[in-house]
Design a protein around this ligand. Sequence first.
Ligand SMILES: C[S@@+](CC[C@H](N)C(=O)[O-])C[C@H]1O[C@@H](n2cnc3c(N)ncnc32)[C@H](O)[C@@H]1O
Length: 317
Amino acid sequence: MSEHEHGHNPNPDPALYRREPVSFVRRGDRMTTRRQLSWDRSRAAYILDVPRHRADTSVAPDATLTPDDLERIYGRTAPLVVDVGPGLGESTVAGATAHPDWNFLAVEVYTPGLGALLVEIEDQELSNIRGVQANAPEVLERLLPPASVQEIWVFFPDPWHKTKHHKRRLISPAFADRAAQALVPGGILRLATDWSGYAVHMRQVMEAHPEFTNLHPGRAAGEESPLTRVRLEERELEVGAQPLRKAKPSAVSPDGTPLPAQPRAGLREAAQASTLEDPVDHEGGWAPRFATRPLTSFESKAERAGRLIFDLAYQRS
Ligand SMILES: C[S@@+](CC[C@H](N)C(=O)[O-])C[C@H]1O[C@@H](n2cnc3c(N)ncnc32)[C@H](O)[C@@H]1O
């Protein structure tokens, strides 16, 4: 049964069909006229047709491409960059323009995003980009041949702020395993986020993985660290569009002393940032901004809200 065949809801929760929760919720598929035209015209040429396993963003277990398939798909053999969740595809297009000698695969579940990518492919006559509408972990694990990818980019993945939703975060030990499987030895995983809680989580996951090494160990530690600045300057005053207010007394202990209110569930992690005993990030390891990563609407919004950006880069051994 495909996602769209499930009951009366055209966009049911794709997690229902999978062992693991997915990192996305299906959004509407409605497109602007321009995107729809490009989608209708160029989809067959640039968006991979993938055998599915139940859900329509899934990848069938036996769908693995061979290196020859990749050569046929791109019309050549070249280093492959996989851009995971590129949204409207700005980072894929920027990369493909800067590196015409590399092949790019945009892995995105959002149809209008892939429509926007096709508009750019047509307008700029880009021949080195393909897209696939599928769940990224399944693409890395099932679709791509092992050791076939030069770089994996994951820029501004959905942060899933609430503690009960952390299991939906894309970056996890299982994701790191799949990235390690897909990358060539020496290949690179590049990450970026504008949320300090997710940045710390990404760094923990990647530092713990035996097959990855930080390309910038210890860089931007202490006062230089964006994490230190976020904490000391209390920059993340809003989490998931909800204001993170200072705790107000809301209860009284038996002796009449007011007790501090607990932050609402889901905001606790962020609240900890400003109440840590030592807010200085002594570890660092943050990468410089990756050269071709463009300023997307997600990053602009983060900047306007005063948040800082965390980049990480890890090399597969
Ligand atoms: C917050 S947006 C960031 C978009 C873009 N990378 C940028 O920096 O502007 C996250 C994107 O990842 C996509 N996404 C989330 N989980 C995904 C998954 N498991 N597989 C493929 N795409 C996913 C979403 O549809 C969304 O477009």
